[in-house]
Write a protein that binds this ligand. Structure first.
Ligand SMILES: *[C@@H]1O[C@H](CO)[C@@H](O)[C@H](O)[C@H]1NC(C)=O
Ligand SMILES: [Zn+2]
Length: 335
């Protein structure tokens, strides 16, 4: 069952009705919910922005990053935005009426070019609030751009995206929650939730005929940043990425901009977690042959994908290009 979410269908009513049908059909989630983003006739490339770790009511340069996203979004005529999670600090949303939804999202990303669908995953901070609020169709009524699900698939024609709910993978949130309260409704028991999710992602990847496969999650797999690699994802998700020829894993969680290429598999790891507060100077040693970029300030990423080429570009808080990387399908090699 596929849904078509193109520009014309941004009309809130159709959109909400579509999403409600979708949720109804997937209430006993046998497989991952699936969305479709059709390219317009003659459209050569799919263009989008990626931002993570952002919702701080405009503070910590969130508004400046949003402004630059608006400019780049306009230049690239983007199709949509991807949020890598930690959407609302510090503790997610308290409910569907939490004003933070306006203060940190609706009233911040106001540029015309950003009035596109935001395909979003949840981060660990989002799980500290009313997690179901972020997933609720009521938020989509308030702002039809908002589309947040735990795990889902986005079929963009030439590229297929697999959004994975990574927070439940991390054992320490369950065993050592410290003074945080997590909302684990819909996730317990953890072992079977994670096992089922991995099975669904693996089989969806195997069935995919897309030229490009990209997996998106909140937590890191490979990073020189503050949190380090997420061991559970390295053990459980990384083998699935490798065996299914996933080109890139895109995440947030570390508040930086980062690009690592795994020498062995050639898999690309892009961290776009610079949506607001950044952690200056917080970097661990990493093989310089693999680490192509580490920026310890705010910013975001853009991606343009055609049949044969994928262009990844990182921007800082002033919109200055920090790093670009091109993957070409013919040669399977980077520039
Ligand atoms: C905002 O960005 C500027 C320029 O990079 C930086 O000097 C400043 O420290 C940042 N402010 C915050 C609160 O991170
Ligand atoms: Zn996080």
């Amino acid at each position: 069952m596929a849904l078509c979410l193109n520009q014309h269908m941004l009309s809130p009513i159709i959109f909400v009705v579509s999403v409600l049908c979708l949720l109804a059909n997937h209430s006993i989630a046998e497989e991952l919910p699936r969305f479709k983003h059709h390219l317009k006739p003659q459209q050569q490339s799919l263009n989008f922005l990626v931002v993570g770790d952002w919702g701080r009511k405009g503070n910590y340069n969130q508004s400046f990053v949003a402004h630059q996203m608006g400019i780049v979004g306009e230049n690239l005529n983007i199709d949509f935005v991807i949020s890598t999670g930690d959407n609302f600090y510090d503790d997610g949303l308290v409910g569907v009426d939490d004003p933070a939804f306006y203060e940190s999202f609706v009233d911040i990303y106001t540029a015309p070019s950003l009035q596109k669908i935001w395909y979003s995953v949840l981060g660990n901070h989002d799980y500290r609030g009313d997690v179901e609020a972020q997933l609720s169709p009521i938020l989509r009524q308030k702002d039809s751009r908002w589309l947040c699900l735990r795990s889902f698939i986005l079929d963009g024609g030439i590229v297929e995206f697999f959004f994975v709910d990574t927070t439940p993978f991390v054992e320490k949130y369950f065993t050592e929650p410290e003074d945080h309260t997590y909302d684990w409704r819909g996730v317990l028991p953890r072992e079977s939730y994670v096992a089922e999710l991995l099975k669904n992602v693996d089989s969806a990847l195997k069935q995919s005929n897309a030229k490009w496969k990209i997996v998106v999650g909140h937590h890191t797999i490979k990073t020189a940043g503050h949190h380090g690699n997420t061991q559970e994802l390295e053990e459980l998700l990384l083998p699935i990425l490798k065996s299914n020829n996933v080109e890139a894993y895109i995440n947030g969680h570390d508040h930086c901009l980062e690009h690592i290429i795994d020498k062995e598999s050639g898999t690309q790891f892009f961290t776009s977690g610079g949506g607001s507060k950044a952690w200056r100077g917080d970097i661990k040693p990493w093989n310089p042959e693999e680490l192509k970029l580490y920026h310890d300030g705010q910013g975001f990423m853009s991606v343009q994908i055609t049949n044969t080429i994928a262009d990844f570009v990182f921007y800082d808080v002033f919109g200055k290009v920090l790093h670009t990387w091109t993957i070409s399908k013919e040669h399977k090699a980077a520039e």
